[in-house]
Write a protein that binds this ligand. Structure first.
Ligand code: 9WO
Length: 242
């Protein structure tokens, strides 16, 4: 998976990309990230990437020419680039969407800045994606979220054990509660079942906890869950969350 990022703040990227999983993925050659400075594609003495909004109003607007020049020059050298604009007006990034993006060879991510982008930029990307319903100071942190989520799904990046955890999210339930040593911490005990060594009982307890927690915190996710008769029964019982 090759990521190309277009940004006025290239310095945002090296540190997050050089840590842990993303660093290992790049060392293995499974993932590459190339960050392009939008300013390098801006014309004129000042290499401006923003200008005042037509019609007036506060703030500055990202100019179309530098972004489109960058998109065209970068895309020319790539095989089947898929161009994405990160924006609060995009379609929501879900694990399902992440899976679809991970099938692509090359993603070109455009990070917006200032108080908005020129509407015509939208004509030159393949899709517009939002990571959630909040305003950021720019698209860079959203691009990092997308790179992190997509890179994990590239074959060879995440080991077998972790990939099972990912499957459980695709199953659309929240994770069960987890514990490690000590057995008792500030009078809070690890549930007995987890110390029992009964793996069938542990699996049942975890599944039930996932369901109860999902109902309590994210009931919207249950609509998509595939539940057995017994699991539906658990959800009709009167029980405290987790
Ligand atoms: C800032 C602002 C300030 C005063 C009045 C209006 C304003 N609008 C904005 C604004 O929308 N800024 C955006 C910041 C411009 C494009 C890039 N920005 C951005 C991207 N914020 N949040 C995202 C984003 C991207 C992906 N998923 C979630 C949020």
């Amino acid at each position: 998976m090759h990521f190309h990022v277009i940004t006025i703040f290239p310095e945002f990227f090296p540190s997050p990309l050089s840590v842990s999983l993303l660093n290992k993925a790049q060392e293995k050659g499974a993932v590459s990230c190339t960050v392009h400075n939008l300013r390098d594609y801006a014309a004129g003495k000042h290499h401006s990437t923003d200008d005042a909004p037509y019609g007036g109003g506060p703030g500055m607007v990202m100019k179309p020419e530098p972004v489109v020049t960058a998109l065209e020059e970068i895309s020319r050298a790539l095989f089947h680039p898929w161009r994405i604009l990160l924006s609060p007006q995009g379609i929501p990034l879900t694990q399902k969407k992440v899976e679809a993006l991970a099938e692509r060879e090359t993603l070109v991510l455009v990070c917006g800045r200032y108080e908005g982008i020129d509407e015509r930029i939208r004509t030159f990307v393949d899709e517009e994606i939002s990571i959630g319903d909040y305003i950021l100071s720019g698209g860079e942190t959203a691009a990092l979220v997308m790179i992190d989520a997509v890179a994990r799904l590239v074959p060879g990046v995440v080991g077998r054990q972790e990939s099972i955890v990912h499957e459980s999210f695709s199953d659309s339930l929240l994770e069960y509660p987890q514990y490690t040593r000590p057995e008792e911490f500030r009078e809070l005990r690890v549930p007995d079942v987890l110390l029992s060594g009964n793996h069938a009982e542990i699996a049942r307890w975890r599944r039930r906890q996932s369901l109860l927690r999902t109902r309590a915190r994210r009931p919207d996710l249950l609509d998509r869950a595939n539940l057995s008769a017994e699991e539906k029964q658990w959800l009709t019982e009167e029980s405290a969350e987790s």
